[in-house]
Design a protein around this ligand. Structure first.
Ligand code: FES
Length: 140
């Protein structure tokens, strides 16, 4: 997609009403990747945390589950994220608290848009270059 990433529905706002503040929840999104002959579906995981009450995009934060160290998938463990590959650790704000990750978790832009007549939270999926300090969107 364009520079802001591929915007995909994440969850109905109504379903997020009871999401506990500060407790990340894992979601899966499916990306359709087209090559010359076919469409290949790829699943990506996203962590969503409610920061504040309300049903605005600003009430939430989303992180890619892709570890910025070498691309494994980070797991949520209590109030932190831990990478199973080399034990990078991140707090709920995505900041590095231990291990080899060169930067914090990559946040993803959120927006609210109607879907089947209901407000839905949408996420702009973006791949980022792994292994470097600077957060750099990957363009392929
Ligand atoms: Fe996550 Fe290395 S890939 S710590």
């Amino acid at each position: 997609g364009s520079g802001g990433g591929e915007v995909l529905p994440l969850a109905a706002m109504a379903a997020l009403a009871k999401l506990e503040k500060g407790a990340p929840q894992r979601f899966e999104i499916t990306l359709a990747r087209r090559d010359a002959w076919r469409v290949v579906n790829r699943t990506q995981r996203v962590y969503l945390t409610r920061l504040a009450d309300g049903d605005k995009a600003e009430s939430f934060a989303a992180f890619s589950a892709v570890c910025p160290h070498a691309g494994c998938e980070v797991e949520q463990s209590g109030k932190e994220y831990v990478c199973p590959c080399h034990e990078a650790k991140f707090d709920t704000a995505g900041a590095v608290t231990g291990g080899p990750a060169p930067r914090g978790l990559d946040s993803l832009a959120l927006s609210v848009a109607e879907r089947d007549g209901q407000p839905w939270l949408h996420v702009a999926w973006q791949d980022f270059v792994i292994g470097i300090e600077e957060r750099t969107p990957r363009t392929t």
